[in-house]
Ligand binder design. Structure first.
Ligand SMILES: Nc1ncnc2c1ncn2[C@@H]1O[C@H](COP(=O)(O)OP(=O)(O)OP(=O)(O)O)[C@@H](O)[C@H]1O
Ligand SMILES: [Mg+2]
Length: 226
């Protein structure tokens, strides 16, 4: 996944907020990236662009050498479906569906998963994130940490090549945070590109590369822990 001369700004009434100022950067498969930066620096906007939820003003985004600027909306949706898993900062669960049903939803649009297998895949993921006894709960009956883990499980169902995570452990205790980071690291080692926005100190031990987003510029931070 590559950004080339990427620019993004928001213009409010009297204020211009530069999120990306001519940024070129590559995110490779098999690597776990950490993106840091102060609140409001544009981390969510950046990964929304990488996750095909938002668009650049100018410049290019290439995903597996496909130039996203050349695609129509339907093609963009297909790339997102096939290649990208996204964990939202505010979970974005469907409040009318149970934990298990929320995990099943992305499988409904995946031709490679047989309908008879959906339930078992969801049950296995719930188990991996210690949620087996919450399978039939609606989100309003789940704690923040449980909702977060459901949203992580949901992002994994279609075996994404790129897993993009916005503060995936913000609501978790230390033990569950470690479970999630170890899992993300395992996914990166298995060949996935994992991009994580996080304020956690713990994740620095797991990230292969750390970047900071500041004033529209992304710079690498040398990691002392690895
Ligand atoms: N759609 C929008 N229109 C105008 N301004 C926006 C829009 N989305 C975000 N912003 C502004 O852009 C800046 C970056 O927002 P963003 O959510 O990307 O920051 P962030 O680094 O993820 O912050 P946090 O760490 O608090 O989650 C903020 O100042 C925000 O108010
Ligand atoms: Mg954010």
């Amino acid at each position: 996944m590559k950004l080339i001369n990427a620019n993004k700004k928001f213009i409010l009434k009297n204020e211009e907020i530069t999120i990306l100022n001519n940024v070129s950067i590559e995110f490779k498969k098999g690597t776990m990236y950490l993106i840091t930066g102060h609140s409001g620096s544009g981390k969510t906007t950046l990964i929304n662009i990488l996750g095909l939820i938002d668009k650049l003003d100018t410049g290019k985004l290439l995903i597996d050498n496909i130039d996203i600027n050349n695609l129509n909306n339907k093609e963009i949706v297909n790339i997102r479906k096939e290649k990208i898993g996204f964990i939202f900062q505010d979970y974005c669960l469907n409040e009318y569906l149970t934990a298990k049903e929320n995990i099943i939803v992305p499988m409904l649009v995946n031709k490679n998963i047989k309908s008879k297998d959906r339930n078992n895949i969801a049950i296995n993921l719930l188990e991996q994130f210690n949620l087996s006894n919450r399978a039939n709960h609606l989100p309003k009956k789940l704690s923040g940490g449980e909702k977060q883990r459901v949203s992580i499980a949901r992002a994994l169902v279609n075996n994404p090549k790129y897993l993009i995570c916005d503060e995936p452990t913000g609501a978790l205790d230390k033990k569950n945070e470690r479970i999630v980071f170890e899992y993300l690291k395992k996914l990166a080692k298995s060949g996935i590109c994992v991009i994580v926005v996080s304020h956690s100190n713990e994740i620095k031990k797991y990230a292969d590369k750390t970047y900071i987003l500041e004033d529209g510029i992304i710079s690498e931070v040398k990691n002392e822990d690895n």
